[in-house]
Ligand binder design. Sequence first.
Ligand code: GLY
Length: 378
Amino acid sequence: MSGVRVDLGPRSYDVIVGPDLIASIGRHVTTRLDAGRAAIVTDRNVAAHYLEPVRASLEGEGIETIEIVVAPGESSKSFAVLQGVVGELLRSKLERGDVVVALGGGVVGDLAGFAAAISRRGMHLVQVPTSLLAQVDSSVGGKTGINTPEGKNLVGAFYQPRLVLADTDTLDTLPGREFRAGYAEVAKYGLIDDEEFFAWLEDNREAIFLGGEARESAICRSVEAKARVVAADEREGGRRALLNLGHTFGHALEAICGYDAARIIHGEGVAVGMALAHRFSAAEGLCQQEDADRVERHLEAAGLPTRICDIPGAFTPAEMMEAMAQDKKVKGGRLTFILTRGVGRAYIAEDVDPDAVRAFLAAELETSARTHASSLGE
Ligand code: GLY
C-alpha cells in the first residue's frame, strides 16, 4: 500500500493506492471524518462487484449507509441524473457533515463529486475509483461535473475529496478495453514532462497490463505526477492545462460520436488526441517526426487507437473545428492546444492558428480515406 499526499493547505488529502483497500474503507473514513451516514453512489456494473463490501465495511465502523445506483455510461453525467442523485441525498436527510462515497469509474466520480459539491452547499466526498482512468486521473484533483448537449464537462465545480482510496484489485474485473483506455492517461504523464517515465512504460507495458507490482508502481507514479500539478495549480490557471494533452482533439471526437461508447470511450479519444497532438507538433516543426512515431508505436502496442480512422464513423475537419470551439481552453475565441517539443516536453500553446489545425485535420482525414480505400483494394 502506498500513499500520495495532495498538498492543498487546509484541503489537503491522501490518495491511498494498493490491493484489498475496499475491505478497510470504513476505518479509513472514520480516522479522517466524523460522519454518521454515507451515501454510496455507484453504477449497476460496479455495484454487482463492490457495493456490498463497501457497505459492510462502512457499517462495520458504525456509519449508516444509503445506496444510489445509476446506469453505467457517460449518459449518466446529465442534469436529469444529477437531479435524481441530489434529490435522493436530500430526501434521505443526509447532512453536510455526512459523506458521499463515489464508488466507480470517471462517470460516477464526476457525477457524485458534483452532487456532493452542490448538496447542502458541500458535503464530504470520498472517491473510491474502480477504473484505471479514475485511479490515475479523474478521482484526484477535484474536477467534478456533467455533460450538456453543448459539450463535455461544461457544467461542474472544482471540489476536492477528503480521501481517495484506489483499490488496485478492482482493476481485475475491469474490461480490457477500459483498462487500455485508462492506460492512455498513464502514458500522458510521461509525455507531459517525464521522458524517463515514458521509457519505463515502454519497457514495462506488458507487466503493467498483467497486474501486480508494475501496475501499482505505474498508478503511484501517475498519481504523484497529478498531485504535483494540482498542488501547483488547483484551478487550472496555468500549468494544470498540461493535463489536457490530447484532450482538445479527444473531446471533439467524443462529442461528434455523441459520447457513444460503442464508437469511442474517453481514454481512446485521449489516445488519438495525443497521437494527433504529436503529429501536429511534428508537422509544425516543433518536434521531430520520430518523437511522434515513438508515441504512436507505444499507444498502438497498448492496443489503443492513434488515428481518426480508428474510430468508427465519418468525421470532417469542419465538425472537428466546431466541436473544439467549445473547449474550456478557448480564450477570446482563440484555440489553446497542448503541443510538444518532444517526448516529455509538452507545453501550453496559446493562439494556435486555426487554419493550420484545419489543414492538418484535412490531411489526416485524407490519409485515413486513402488507407481505407487501399485496404478495400480500390
Ligand atoms: N483530467 C485533467 C485534470 O484533472 O485537470
